[in-house]
Write a protein that binds this ligand. Structure first.
Ligand code: CU
Length: 347
């Protein structure tokens, strides 16, 4: 009889702790458990848990911009005659689709550490108009394409802080130079001369990149708020003697639950890109603006409108990302909108 009370008390405490942790797990198992589809590095997994994800992204670019000013295709060719450096004498890009297929694997190691890897497969298509110095005829058009393996991304997600409705996660990320950065084409000259594909047509960066980031998520009963700062920072130069620009992304989003298994999201993204360092010796500035190292940087403000659904344990996540504002260094193709879609499952 004397032992009954302490045992009952202990049972009650265990029950209370269980209820607390269920409430905790409940919020992290809803349709808004992952950030909007275009983001990653925002969540961790339980020890021993795996996640498999296929993610698709596509960026649509149509037309050129100098600073924040739009230019027609003819104006883009003319712009290069007096820009510094002179460019677009061989051709000007007019449109581009940059598709990315990604296979994302995550595994929880401890309560606070999750490891991940992401296999990237870009597929890049660019349309052009030929310039005044092109032997294949000014004003005619051509298309180039490139696809294959990109840079393999790896990392560890470290949960620095957690309570019932908050997570702060540090992304100790990196990418390896597995993507090809030197392929040639004779399309621009109609088969006359083999030239290297310009920078944005290349599959990888050619460098080891540090990709640190940090995410804070806060859960409400009716949804969640998140903010993330994510970078991509090349280390040194690649074997072609250049490095891509530094990338900084600052995101904030709100996901609203419609039901436990369905949520919508709105997101704002600031993207800053710096210009390239160094120079590929075969990347001739005068030929085309996509060869110019100082015409790669800029600032973009993007909106994200997303929807996420949990269907018997499968998470489907889609986001439409129109560009709101762009200010680009030199002359570059403008990004009109992007789309991101993913399927993921944890087990
Ligand atoms: Cu995951």
């Amino acid at each position: 009889m004397k032992l009954r009370m302490p045992i009952r008390l202990a049972a009650l405490i265990v029950l209370a702790l269980n209820v607390a942790s269920q409430a905790d797990d409940h919020m992290r198992s809803r349709a808004d458990k992952h950030a909007p589809a275009a983001l990653m590095g925002d969540h961790i997994h339980d020890p021993g848990e795996w996640m498999v994800e296929y993610k698709y992204m596509n960026m649509y670019m149509d037309g050129n911009r100098a600073g924040s000013h739009r230019l027609s295709d003819a104006e883009s060719v003319a712009f290069g005659a007096s820009s510094d450096p002179v460019t677009n004498r061989g051709a000007s890009p007019t449109a581009m689709t940059h598709e990315m297929h990604m296979l994302h694997l995550m595994r929880g190691i401890t309560e606070d550490i999750t490891l991940y890897t992401m296999i990237m497969m870009p597929s890049i298509t660019m349309d052009h108009i030929r310039g005044p110095m092109n032997p294949a005829g000014p004003g005619t058009s051509f298309t180039t394409h490139n696809s294959g393996f990109g840079d393999l991304t790896i990392g560890a997600l470290l949960r620095l802080y957690t309570d019932v409705d908050d997570d702060v996660i540090f992304n100790l990320g990196a990418s390896l130079p597995t993507g090809d950065i030197f392929r040639t084409t004779s399309e621009p000259t109609g088969g006359a001369v083999e030239q290297p594909l310009p920078y944005p047509m290349r599959l990888g960066s050619g460098t080891f990149n540090a990709r640190p980031g940090i995410t804070w998520k806060h859960y409400y009963q009716f949804g969640s708020f998140g903010t993330q700062f994510q970078t991509n920072l090349p280390v040194g130069r690649n074997y072609r003697d250049y490095s891509i620009g530094d990338e900084f992304r600052l995101n904030a989003w709100y996901s609203h639950l419609i039901t436990h298994n369905l949520s919508t999201s709105v997101r704002l993204e600031n993207l800053w890109l710096t210009n390239y360092d160094g120079e590929d010796p075969q990347s001739t500035d005068a030929l085309i603006s996509t060869n110019v190292e100082s015409f790669r940087g800029g600032y973009s403000l993007n909106l994200g409108l997303g929807i996420a659904a949990l269907v018997s344990g499968h998470l489907l996540n889609v986001e439409f990302v129109p560009t709101l504002y762009q200010d680009l260094d030199g002359i570059q193709l403008e990004t009109d909108w992007s789309i991101a879609a993913s399927w993921s499952k944890s087990f």
